[in-house]
Design a protein around this ligand. Structure first.
Ligand SMILES: [Zn+2]
Length: 435
């Protein structure tokens, strides 16, 4: 099927095309410009501003179940005393219901790809396919005892077998949870697994891991793994020196990197998912994004789970990234609006090893968001102000249409593939069950 999307402005985001059109054939963008050849019988969509689908490079999709639960307590206490006891009761249907709401919330916010790590990932994959967005999904692996290591590996194997190549919307990743919950041997095993899967599946399988999520992490690693990361020069330095860090590692958070951490992240070409709101809410600090970008590190944006944010709104995350960097470094140019938009799109695609996403250009996959800029808060509609509006003024409720893989999945703010009332019912039932 063909679709022609017209926009007063097309933001690729490298350039802005005024009065432009995007032609989609099947699941790919075939033409972008002011004058295009429009296929006969093509479906038509139009709006004010067209941008690439936004990319959430770090979340735990089903954790919508924990939104507003045990807020405002220290991260370690929250996980140990509040979240983990409920997670121990989770059944596949709860994860499916939580992920459905997460995928739907993402869709409404113009987020077309999510990198999520959790449990029962086959259920998350199903929810994502049902709503019609994309997922890069990893089964969270925790390897403290020999038995838990084996079990974690078995579950990942099973998930990869089930979902590795089943649907074009889903890619798998390997998810060793964090350096304090996974020992050195298992980290290296995860690296081997990712290599083997990449070969088997024919696409780059990423390793998704939390790194330096809080300033307390070095102590956690010392306590749990008896490793003194300071001897290596920091958490990322430890991962580098044991031979784990490489270009397909997606490190979430990296809140307090040392100078050596930054240099090994750059040298290994590992990617960073910056989660500004979660880092603030969990009192973990403000990551040095200007410095990371200056080092040439790829920095994408993540929301983290809805339990620690409390939303999955990547546009808002981009605003936080831009504002926090300015405030942190007392530098208005630290992260300009244009850079923040790239973090939410092109850098996100790069961080996930997804060539073909993140930019509106011929040959790329057709993941597009059409924004409605008719409201007063995004006026005036001038070309040189559009990117500023997207980052500093727009709301996710300005998202009007969303196309993923050449399919219209949100039209005039109505999801086309799922019944919203039924999703809510399922979700409420899961909440009643669990809490
Ligand atoms: Zn996380």
């Amino acid at each position: 099927m063909s679709i022609v999307v017209s926009g007063k402005y097309i933001v690729t985001p490298y350039k802005i095309i005024k009065g432009g059109k995007v032609v989609i054939d099947d699941n790919r963008i075939v033409e972008v410009g002011k004058r295009v050849s429009e296929p006969q019988g093509a479906e038509r969509l139009e709006g004010d501003v067209v941008i690439p689908g936004l990319i959430n490079a770090h979340t735990h999709l089903a954790m919508t179940l924990f939104r507003g639960f045990a807020d405002d307590v220290p991260l370690e206490v929250r996980l140990k005393d509040h979240i983990r006891p409920v997670e121990a009761m989770l059944k596949p249907e709860h994860v499916y219901a939580g992920a459905l709401v997460g995928a739907l919330e993402s869709l409404y916010a113009g987020v077309t790809t999510v990198a999520s790590m959790y449990f029962y990932m086959d259920q998350e994959a199903q929810a994502i396919v049902d709503v019609g967005i994309r997922g890069e999904l990893s089964q969270g692996m925790i390897g403290i005892t020999e038995e838990s290591r084996k079990e974690a590996k078995r579950k990942t194997e099973e998930f990869v077998r089930l979902r590795g190549n089943k649907d074009p919307r889903i890619r798998v990743a390997v998810g060793p949870h964090a350096p304090y919950t996974v020992n050195k041997d298992m980290l290296l095993e995860a690296k081997e697994m990712a290599e083997e899967y990449s070969e088997r599946l024919g696409y780059p399988v990423m390793i998704h891991i939390h790194v330096a999520e809080s300033p307390r992490e070095p102590e956690e690693i010392k306590k749990a793994r008896n490793v003194d990361v300071y001897k290596y020069g920091g958490v990322a330095s430890y991962l580098y020196d044991i031979g784990f860090l490489h270009e397909r590692v997606l490190a979430a958070h990296v809140v307090r990197p040392t100078r050596r951490d930054l240099s090994v992240l750059k040298r290994s070409n590992a990617k960073v998912a910056h989660n500004p709101q979660s880092n603030l809410k969990l009192a973990s600090g403000i990551a040095p994004i200007k410095e990371m970008l200056n080092y040439g590190i790829t920095v994408a944006l993540g929301t983290d789970g809805a339990g620690s944010n409390n939303n999955l709104d990547v546009l808002l995350e981009a605003r936080f990234a831009a504002l926090l960097a300015k405030g942190r470094d007392l530098d208005p140019e630290a992260v300009p609006a244009k850079e923040a938009l790239k973090m939410a799109t092109v850098y996100g695609a790069k961080a996930l090893g997804r060539e073909g996403l993140g930019e509106i250009k011929p040959g790329n996959l057709a993941d597009l968001v059409v924004l409605d800029f008719s409201s007063p808060h995004v006026r005036p509609l001038e070309e040189d102000r559009i990117i500023s509006h997207i980052i500093y003024a727009a709301k996710s409720s300005d998202v009007k249409h969303v196309i993923v893989n050449g399919e219209i999945v949100l039209e005039d703010r109505k999801p086309t593939k799922v019944n919203v009332e039924k999703v809510k019912e399922k979700f409420e039932k899961a909440i009643r069950d669990l809490f």
